[in-house]
Design a protein around this ligand. Sequence first.
Ligand SMILES: Cc1ncc(COP(=O)(O)O)c(C=O)c1O
Length: 449
Amino acid sequence: MHAYPHSHVFYRKLRRAYPLIVRGEGCYLHDEAGRSYLDACGGAFVANIGHGVRAIGEAMARQAAAVGYVNGTTFTHEPVEALAAALAARAPAALELVYFLASGSEAVEAALKLARQYWVERGRPAKHTVLALAPSYHGNTLLALSASAREHYRTLYRDWLVPVPRVPAPYPYRCACHSVGEPCDVCSGNALAAAIRHEGAETIAAFIAEPVGGSSTGASVPPADYWRRVRELCDRHEILFIADEVLTGAGRTGTWLALEQYGVVPDLVTMGKGITGGYAPLSALLAPRRIVDVIAAGSGAFQHAQTFSHHAVSCAAGLATLEQIDRQDLVTRCARIAPAFHAALATLAELPHVGDVRGRGLLAGIELVEDRETRAPFPRALHVAEAVADAALDLGLVVWPNVGQADGTNGDLLLLAPPFIVGPTEIELMVTRLRAALERTIVPLLAAR
Ligand SMILES: Cc1ncc(COP(=O)(O)O)c(C=O)c1O
């Protein structure tokens, strides 16, 4: 039995039993009992090239056999040199330098610290405040959590978090304009302008945001002009604009970076998740020379030492993943198959408690509501998203539940982010199983309350 307390594993959830996965193949995972699961969310938005790609394992094994680890303060190595060049080549021209870490949270910590160090070394030490959106998610280490508007993650640690002023996120399903006609103050960027005025630009180091909502807003897509206004405000007030592309990067929304589709270049970019397709933990902070030059000419080093930064085997996994993406033209494939994916999911909107179906590329969010007219969420105590995700798992479908987006406490989302190799058969299966999970869960839950 793979459940607490029958194993030595300190499981992430202590009240559930875990199927033991022995093999992954394409869009599917297989457990020890012979059950298969269609992985419709790539784990946590990670498995973009699919499971069980031998070439990645072989590349990692070759690198581990040659040299597994050297410390990034003393040595460099081929995989880190090559992967940095490859990521820089895919990013907007200015973002030439790549600092590697292991998780998305670490990349976010690094981005925020780099912003702070940059302003200090430029002789502007008053610039220390970080602005962020709400809802938003940037990770679970304490600085990244400070920047994240995810109340259920924050409550216990509130005394340890630094204050991060919040700007309402452009969230068409729940904002005043619903992204139709004249934009509301949130979608026009006026809310960000007001926050900058309120805090004082001379104190603000950076503004961090997800270009397309990730788990926190359930794949909510900001209006077309939003990021241009953000760029203009950040330029005018000398605020570094950090695009957190940990979830949306590496092709997930149909272009290498989600922000490309808005025609805007940020000052710093964080990436993670898909850059190794999940085969190794790796994240990246992309920075321009104009920022790094200030530190090179000043203190001479970025103050963010971590043992496993610039890791050789993880970088080898990243390089091999990029080769797969290129060889199969997977980002183009992601963009090409996205309309069929969204059209199939849109059929779920006829179900009584599906409030919205949205997203971009192979990233989709389904917002579940108690009342479609008023958009009122279910009370959190019902745990609707979790119940539907569990029912889907029983039916052999893995989807990602998320909560709290409506008002900080209530709100139920299901997220889908299948591997880019997904085809029409898997899309149909996804929708059939998800429909069954929704139908068999919500009405009985409501009847039982
Ligand atoms: C946008 C975004 N930033 C940062 C993170 C944190 O990444 P990690 O869980 O790898 O620390 C996540 C994780 O979901 C994310 O979606």
